[in-house]
Design a protein around this ligand. Structure first.
Ligand code: UDP
Length: 338
């Protein structure tokens, strides 16, 4: 069985064990052809939901969902969610997942990113309001910016340390504005909303290449090609990498619950330095690549690690896949053993 099917089945069986069901619900997913969106489509369809997937395909990819196109429970619409769209058929749940997320895209497409998380979420919230649907927003650990050391691990109550005009501001500030939109619809219209803050999820279907590559797919791609592995700075900056199956399971637990107004960190709480990641990828690919060092980009957060006590308590969720296991699965997918 391929790595993705195996992962989807694991998520489905874990959710079913908890008595979670999405059967017969009609769910709208914006950004449904993206990395997180397409895994969500797969799991929900496997669980008997009907999914309407919207994607502008500027960064999402048809190849992520083409295996679902003949499925009667998937309706794909190519559309930019920052422009209004109307539906007659009722939705039970709206999940706003559309947005580019790679730092390499921040100086190439800052306006698209800002629109997806402001005008886009406004359109998505309007649809949820019209249909009286539950609303889930995939926000990000980037709302915390470069957290003060005393807030590592970072709890949901930390308000962040963000540069409003820096190179990452199109993403960080628009995600923060997106959260404010969610809160406004909850306050003014009583919408049943919830926000997940995602921490560096990775796995099969992540894009690589110059502008799309987040650190995990870049390092794997470089290692497999025998090219230098490009560590920025001295590699001492940390991230907490979350394998996609853990990420999706957490998101869907939060979506399924009676959790109106909740904001929850979902991420692995094992902090890893970028140099450790480079060494791990080199070892697991058996690569001869050299590890090379480049200047650290401006405003690159020094440490990122979630406090996940709320997710453990509220969702009975904790990460199951270690970094080594997750990287092995991702390498398997990259090498074509899909
Ligand atoms: N990074 C790196 N080499 C690369 C790409 C990224 O050292 O080729 C670093 C980057 O500077 C950051 C970390 O890896 O410290 C994670 O980068 P990513 O692009 O995945 O996203 P971020 O977590 O910064 O949003």
């Amino acid at each position: 069985m391929n790595v993705i099917n195996e992962g989807v089945r694991e998520i489905v069986s874990s959710l079913k064990e908890e008595g979670i069901s999405f059967s017969d619900l009609h769910i709208l997913i914006t950004g449904g052809a993206g990395f997180i969106g397409s895994w969500t489509c797969d799991v929900l369809i496997e669980m008997g939901a009907r999914v309407t997937c919207i994607d502008s395909l500027v960064s999402g990819q048809m190849s992520n969902i083409e295996h679902l196109l003949n499925n009667e429970n998937l309706n794909f619409i190519e559309h930019d969610i920052s422009k209004p769209i109307y539906f007659k058929e009722k939705f039970d749940i709206v999940m706003h997942m559309a947005s580019r997320a790679s730092p390499f895209e921040f100086d190439k497409f800052p306006i698209q990113i800002l629109k997806a998380n402001t005008m886009g979420i406004w359109v998505a919230l309007g649809i949820a309001k019209e249909h009286n649907a539950r609303f889930l927003y995939t926000s990000t650990s980037e709302v915390y910016g470069d957290p003060d050391e005393s807030f590592i691990p970072t709890p949901e109550t930390y308000n962040g340390n963000v540069n409003p005009i820096g190179p990452r501001s199109c993403y960080d500030e628009s995600k923060r504005a997106g959260e404010a939109f969610v809160k406004a619809y909850e306050l003014q219209h009583g919408l049943d909303t919830r926000i997940v803050r995602i921490f560096n999820s990775y796995g099969p279907r992540m894009r690589t290449g110059d502008i799309y590559g987040r650190v995990v797919p870049r390092f794997i791609d470089q290692a497999l090609k025998g090219e230098p592995i490009t560590v920025f700075g001295d590699g001492s900056q940390t991230r907490s990498f979350t394998y996609i199956t853990d990420q999706i399971e957490g998101i869907l637990r939060l979506t399924s619950m009676d959790a109106k107004g909740e904001v929850v960190n979902i991420g692995n709480d094992k902090e890893t330095s970028i140099l450790e990641l480079a060494e791990l990828v080199k070892r697991l690919t058996g690569s001869q690549s050299k590890i090379t060092f480049y200047p650290l980009p401006k405003d690159d957060p020094k440490r990122r690690c979630p406090d996940i006590s709320k997710a453990k308590r509220l969702l009975k969720w904790k990460p199951k896949v270690s970094l080594e296991e997750g990287i092995k699965k991702t390498i398997k997918w990259f090498t074509g053993a899909r």
